[in-house]
Design a protein around this ligand. Structure first.
Ligand code: SF4
Length: 330
């Protein structure tokens, strides 16, 4: 699972670290002073490291809860605000369009184990946040994918159980839902699953569970009473994009109870230009990254009729869900 586990001195004796190490007894251990000395080291090869990443257990200091960019999520349709927190950096999956490849020097996973500090900061943010605010996990990782090791849900859900007037969105492509199925659902904790059309998923979403498996997980969560959401992002145009999405929507909405879908969103493929350039260097042979692009305000997107495509997809999506359940991710 991990090539090795680096353990920061500050967390070496914590109960959570001991418990994590018990779950991976066979993985070689290396003591370090500070996670940056491994994670931010110069001249690392993200692509090579991705084949056998290490786990780094560390302490997160500084600001742990931050405001989301304008228009990020479903809070934009309410009086609430959006916040995110990253208890983990990097992801067990390997999507070729993922911005994390351009953001970090290392493909190793950093798990910040001082969850109680995150929780304190979430509580402090909630104290001043309008009702209906949304907290996003999985901004710099996939929150559920490492659940058997991280116990993320087990640790963070009680905090949101105490604050039913605010939301937690767990965005994921993972089918690690056992813990969620074993406990009572929470009406304010939304499991948001991301989907791309079948052919794109096969092409670019390496190591990600199949659409059928993700959909099955979502159906089981919905049947158990969890609010589930659909994230159709990033939309990447191909010659037959509309028919690919038609097929995907038909499949998804034939299995889920559409009246009980919390929300659905569309979002285009956009990356900060520096991240994009770095990813192109990592995967020069990838056709997706050789396509014509456009630059707008420091963000790269694919050059094509993106706006009219998104509008067509919106029309298709709104045949299945109510307009108030839809938003477009900025
Ligand atoms: S699942 Fe999300 S976070 Fe993980 S590699 Fe894919 S796009 Fe990136």
């Amino acid at each position: 699972m991990f090539s090795s586990v680096y353990i920061e001195e500050a967390v070496r004796d914590s109960a959570r670290v001991r418990s994590i190490l018990q779950r991976i007894p066979e993985v070689p251990r290396i003591a370090i002073q500070q996670y940056g000395e491994v994670f931010n080291r110069a001249k690392q090869n993200f692509r090579l490291q991705k084949q056998q990443p290490a786990l780094i257990l560390a302490h997160k200091s500084g600001r742990r809860v931050l405001p989301t960019p304008e228009g990020y999520g479903f809070e934009s349709g309410s009086a609430g605000k959006g916040f995110y927190f990253s208890h983990m950096l990097n992801c067990v999956y390997d999507c070729r369009y993922c911005f994390l490849q351009g953001m970090f020097r290392s493909a190793n996973y950093v798990l910040f184990v001082n969850y109680e500090d995150f929780e304190q900061d979430i509580e402090a943010t909630i104290a001043h946040a309008p009702a209906g605010s949304v907290f996003y996990s999985g901004y710099d990782c996939d929150s559920l994918a490492l659940e058997p090791v991280s116990a993320f849900c087990e640790s963070f859900l009680p905090c949101f159980q105490r604050h039913p007037e605010h939301f937690l969105e767990i965005r994921t492509k993972s089918t690690q839902i056992r813990f969620l199925l074993e406990r009572e659902p929470l009406a304010n904790c939304v499991i948001a699953m991301s989907f791309s059309p079948q052919v794109q998923s096969e092409q670019w979403e390496h190591k990600v569970p199949s659409i059928a498996k993700r959909l099955d997980a979502l159906v089981r969560l919905q049947n158990a009473g969890w609010p589930v959401a659909l994230r159709f992002e990033p939309v990447i145009a191909q010659t037959n994009t509309l028919s690919l999405y038609k097929e995907l929507f038909e499949l998804v909405f034939s299995q889920l109870d559409r009246r009980r879908i919390h929300s659905a969103s569309l979002g285009e493929f956009r990356l900060p230009v520096d991240y994009y350039k770095k990813i192109v260097k990592l995967y020069p042979e990838e056709p997706l990254l050789a396509r014509e692009t456009q630059l707008d305000d420091g963000m790269v997107s694919l050059a094509h009729e993106q706006e009219s495509l998104l509008q067509d997809l919106e029309t298709m999506l709104l045949a299945y869900i109510e307009p108030e359940s839809y938003y477009r991710c900025a």
